[in-house]
Design a protein around this ligand. Sequence first.
Ligand code: HAM
Length: 402
Amino acid sequence: MSFQPPKGTDDIIAPQSQAWRKTLRLWDDWSERYGYPLVNLPIFEATELFERGVGETSEVVTKQMYTFADQGGRSVTLRPEGTASVVRAYLNSGHQGVWKGAYSGPFFRYERPQAGRRRQFWQVGVEYLATPSPLADVEVIELGYRFITATELPDVALLINSIGDQVCRPRYVAALKEYLREHESRLSAESMSLIERNPLRVLDSKVDGPELIEAPRTLDYLCEECAQHFTSVKEGLESLGVPYKEDSSLVRGLDYYTRTAFEYVATGLDAAQNAVGGGGRYDGLAEAIGGRPTPGVGFALGIDRIMLALGELQLPHLDVYLVSETGPLDALRVASNLRDEGISVDFDVDGRSVKAQFRTARRLEVPVILVWKGEGQPLDVQTEGERATLPLREVSTWFNSR
Ligand code: HAM
């Protein structure tokens, strides 16, 4: 067949997909433990939501959106991120007061594809709305950190910064612009074009960023409230034993952030895609999309990148392969019995030879092969280095005691 998946998209199938499933289960578990109920939101939204919410100077909006007119002539966009939609959903719900939500699903950005930088990618994330408390920032950052640790990703660093708010940021932006103009001759054309539009992004530039260590630092310009907020966030993380590094060049790519900004970086990946997740506070987003003032904080993690950093994990998706010596109808019944006990089982429905059934079992690399020999007879149990026989009614007890 000549069709391929579209550029920048992937078919995620077994055996790799089992590691995805395990990671997404872990996400459901951890986000639930921290009290974030599921939010399932539209995959496309009115284009204006992202223009106003994410910000018209961000690269995501200017260069990366999948935007098209639907049959009714409305401009819609495949969601490039989740926060604007979550805030929209909260405002639409009419709910008053503190609100939490967790999401998991595909997102779309027209990027130059490479490993860990896809046009369709999977994010999991949370948003904690309607509280300005720095403890909300701490809880959110801790959840991301604990979840990433639970995936067993090695070498993850948490970077944090504060980028101020509408009170202190203008003063910082003015100082930064002045510095950048003075050093224009050292900057790339791309960075020069950003000085007036979005000077913070210059700090984040892969080319010029490292050259700008002398540039003014956001932390030196924070107003009293922002500085206090940042101190409380750091104290909270310290009290939980979550290790972090302060990074004054961390500014994030979306325009809605205020105060806290953070990223989880997998130090084993290439610098271009080593941010496995990021987030921050966005106290002005709700108003930017026409809602009542609603502070919020959250993060999203890139599952494609986490899987890349974990390496080629090939986990079996089955506990048991059932080989039947008496044909597929018996196997269907026995498998149903085992599935009822919570064991994941598969078998051959085509009535192939016992030898062929064993070949399939080996190809699937299942940890246990059970051989059904007929009514009233015990099953053969074959695992690596172990062979036994067991009556059907004892299989699940044996299985659970392994
Ligand atoms: P973001 O930093 O744009 O933030 O994306 C979060 C994570 O999604 C990134 O760190 C990365 O792991 C993954 N990601 C982004 N783009 C791609 C891509 N093209 N291919 C693969 N992975 C990608 C946000 O989206 C914010 N909404 C996070 C947030 C939530 N802030 C507050 N609440």
